[in-house]
Ligand binder design. Structure first.
Ligand SMILES: Cc1cc2nc3c(=O)[nH]c(=O)nc-3n(C[C@H](O)[C@H](O)[C@H](O)COP(=O)(O)OP(=O)(O)OC[C@H]3O[C@@H](n4cnc5c(N)ncnc54)[C@H](O)[C@@H]3O)c2cc1C
Ligand code: SF4
Length: 322
């Protein structure tokens, strides 16, 4: 059964300052970029917004430019542009590969970098129609009192499923955020917290402006596990970058999406040294991935399967970068 889209006022600011003023003053204001996550959630009654602040006409958010700190990509750049850019594919391969596997081609045309970083967390008991959720007495994330996934817990376990965040994390991405207090910067890691209901550390009256990626010569990649090979959100997605150190050792950076309420970093203690046994190293890495992730019953696919398969994909991807 389809729920109707509720009424709202649509504003089209042309500058970041005008958008910030609307977020401050307009009743029930919410940023809309490509709308591919937000509008679906509004229709399902998961988001209440009286005013949508459409930021797609703000030209400064669509700029990709080389700066002294690296490549600065505006939050309004579409996923299609990210996926098709030869420069991004050559230097920041993980980002290019992640953008290519988000949703389908029509979504990627409208969907933006900023929207992908801020998209809502997902759960089988949450991404349902209003009547379905009502018949289950709703849940902790929205309107209800208990979590159907972890009834004894006191927080929502919905999974963050954005494909781009782990890629940007291993590439050292830093976000610029504009808000009532001016502009501040955060590492992409620091955008998130492990809470499915309060998963972002930025406020609703702030706008993510851009992500800057430092120069890099480390090969990188992204791979995701999903039920179908198109459209689907990741059951788990892995990004890896592999830097060569002066002594010939390989230092891996790895981050994972789809398994926790935030994208998680896999904290490796040591690089793979030139005299180390790669089989032993990657066996340890696989176990570390299994320990790091925390998949829950938020999809129809069993958590144990997701834990084992994400470890296998992580090891395969890391080995492929040697
Ligand atoms: C069928 C389907 C399949 C999908 N599959 C995938 C998938 O495989 N992988 C995946 O990652 N996503 C997937 N998505 C989700 C979505 O399409 C993408 O994540 C997309 O990148 C969201 O970007 P958007 O610009 O459309 O965001 P919007 O829907 O416009 O916004 C999403 C959220 O981010 C906030 N926001 C947007 N821009 C900013 C900004 N600059 N600053 C602060 N807040 C902001 C909005 O207020 C909203 O809360 C899918 C969606 C659908 C409908
Ligand atoms: S994890 Fe629990 S609280 Fe969160 S959306 Fe799912 S059922 Fe609701």
């Amino acid at each position: 059964m389809n729920d109707p889209l509720p009424d709202f006022t649509l504003e089209h600011p042309q500058t970041v300052d005008a958008a910030l003023a609307l977020l401050r003053d307009a009743p029930g204001a919410r940023i809309c970029a490509g709308g591919t996550d937000l509008i679906v959630n509004m229709r399902r009654g998961l988001v209440e917004a009286q005013t949508l602040v459409d930021i797609s006409r703000i030209a400064s958010l669509k700029i990709v430019e080389e700066t002294a700190d690296g490549l600065r990509i505006g939050a309004g750049v579409s996923l299609r542009e990210l996926a098709e850019s030869p420069a991004i594919a050559a230097t920041y391969t993980a980002l290019s590969q992640a953008a290519r596997v988000v949703a389908g081609p029509t979504h990627r045309e409208a969907a933006t970098l900023g929207g992908n970083l801020c998209l809502d967390t997902r759960c089988f008991y949450y991404n349902q129609s209003h009547w379905w959720r009502k018949s289950n007495d709703f849940c902790l994330k929205y309107r209800g009192d208990i979590c159907h996934v972890a009834p004894k817990g006191n927080r929502c376990r919905a999974a963050f499923c954005g494909d781009l965040a782990p890629a940007l994390m291993v590439l050292g991405g830093v976000v610029d955020i504009a808000g009532p207090g001016g502009i501040r910067q955060l590492a992409v890691d620091a955008l998130y917290r492990e809470d499915g209901a309060e998963y972002l550390t930025i406020d609703k009256d702030e706008i993510l402006l851009a992500v800057t990626l430092p120069p890099s010569d480390a090969p990188s990649g992204y791979e995701k596990i999903r039920v179908r090979r198109a459209i689907d959100f990741p059951l788990a997605g892995v990004a890896v970058a592999c830097a060569r150190e002066d002594n010939g050792a390989r230092a891996f950076r790895m981050a994972i999406t789809g398994t926790n309420s935030r994208p998680v970093r896999v904290e490796m203690e040591a690089a793979l040294g030139p005299d180390d046994d790669p089989d032993a190293y990657f066996a340890t890495l696989g176990k570390l991935v299994q320990k790091t992730v925390s998949p829950q019953r938020t999809t129809t696919i069993a958590p144990h399967y997701r834990r084992l398969s994400v470890a296998a994909v992580a090891v395969r991807l890391a080995r492929g970068l040697l």
